[in-house]
Design a protein around this ligand. Structure first.
Ligand SMILES: Cc1ncc(COP(=O)(O)O)c(C=O)c1O
Length: 388
């Protein structure tokens, strides 16, 4: 590796750039995780994380990545042989249902084109047909990080209610929490799954379950095997700000600072900032003469934009060139979108000029690759950013 002057642009849709003040907070000396000082920190974080989820209910924190919190949501609420309803919105929805299957759960996996979110109409149809209430949970990825498409959670909740169906609603917000409007309580979600490394602006390694009363009730009779993920000892220890095993202490210092940053900006402003950057990015993509993968404007992601390249082009070559020439990492196409798209992450610690620099790098990279790169793309984004 030769020295590259200036900062690397980390514009993958997570892990995201960690603010300097968060990095500094994490560099404090590790403390005794069973001592009195830690109990105060734990209690403070367990309280202050709740508004980010839009909940007054408990939020469990794991020293694990998002995949662990996916597993926790399932094993704490379901029983062997239960059926779950899930939607093929992209790569991550596919991985979550594979995880469910590995526990012996039956998954009704509704096929999708990776360009739309979970269909509220399909939820209504499936649940209305399930008169015996075989389906125990509906699993939805709020923001499909592999496609830049969101699912309309309030409409999905309304569909469950309209069918008068008792299934739990489990939602993955790993790439939406702290970036895109989300309300665990108001939207009637039973388990919200989240991770540290995206909108929360932390390194990877911490993940969360926000839990409704109904989910806690379900957990009392849930029989899938679990030890590490078990909510019961967590909730008991959390009452005094402690954990049943060693928590990731230094990430918690970082979380305290990240929560302060989010609170200081105000969540509404955080969501508006992300939506504005996403709109500017879409304007750039269309201006260049390329296509945004998301097809329904109600489902555009505020956190990332997936860009389709022409059928005879290789998106991975464009990414490699941009990394080599401009020291910027963009997200790869995952699963069946490998080589067909690249993903621009515009979430977390991110501002207008970071976006302008990101889009300038993409435009130059497209041009060098011989792909559509009309300079009106960057100009269109700057026009959006220049609006009041
Ligand atoms: C939507 C979504 N769900 C789940 C995961 C898996 O999380 P992790 O890689 O932190 O285990 C990711 C990771 O990017 C994701 O974006």
């Amino acid at each position: 590796m030769t020295y590259a002057a200036g900062r690397h642009f980390l514009q993958i849709p997570g892990p995201t750039n960690v603010p300097d003040s968060v990095l500094r907070a994490m560099s404090a000396a590790t403390m005794d995780h069973r001592g009195p000082e830690f109990g105060e920190l734990g209690a403070e974080l367990l309280r202050d994380i709740k508004p980010v989820f839009g909940t007054t209910n408990p939020v469990v924190m794991y020293p694990a990545t998002g995949t662990g919190a996916w597993e926790a949501a399932l094993v704490n609420t379901l029983n062997p042989g239960d059926t779950v309803l899930a939607f093929e919105t992209g790569h991550f929805a596919t991985l979550w249902q594979e995880l469910a299957r590995s526990f012996g759960l039956e998954v009704d996996f509704v096929p999708g084109d990776w360009r739309h979110g979970a269909s509220p109409e399909a939820v209504a149809e499936k649940l209305a047909a399930d008169t015996g209430h075989t389906i125990k949970a509906v699993c939805v990825v709020h923001n499909e990080t592999s496609t830049g498409v969101t699912s309309r959670i309030p409409e999905i909740r309304a569909a469950i209610d309209a069918a008068d169906h008792p299934a739990l609603l489990l939602v993955d917000t790993i790439s939406s929490l702290g970036s895109i409007d989300y309300r665990h309580d108001e939207w009637g979600v039973d388990v919200t799954v989240a991770g540290s490394q995206k909108g929360l602006m932390l390194p990877p390694g911490m993940s969360f379950n926000a839990i409704s009363d109904k989910a806690i009730e379900a957990s009392k009779s849930a029989k899938l095997p679990k030890t590490f993920w078990d909510w019961a000892p967590m909730l008991a220890a959390n009452e005094r700000g402690f954990f049943p095993y060693t928590p990731n202490t230094n990430l918690m210092y970082g979380l305290k600072e990240a929560l302060r940053l989010l609170d200081d900006e105000g969540l509404e402003n955080v969501f508006a900032r992300h939506a504005r950057h996403a709109a500017a990015t879409r304007a750039a993509v269309r201006g260049w003469g390329l296509e945004v993968l998301a097809l329904d404007e109600r489902e555009y992601s505020g956190a990332l934009t997936a860009v389709l390249v022409p059928a005879d082009a290789d998106a991975d070559k464009v990414r490699a060139l941009i990394l080599d020439r401009f020291d910027m990492s963009l997200g790869a196409g995952l699963g069946k979108l490998a080589g067909r798209i690249f993903r621009i992450g515009h979430l977390g610690a991110f501002n207008d000029l970071t976006l302008a620099g990101t889009l300038a790098g993409v435009q130059m990279g497209l041009k060098l690759s011989g792909l559509p790169a009309d300079p009106r793309g960057l100009q269109a984004a700057l026009d959006v950013l220049g609006e009041a």
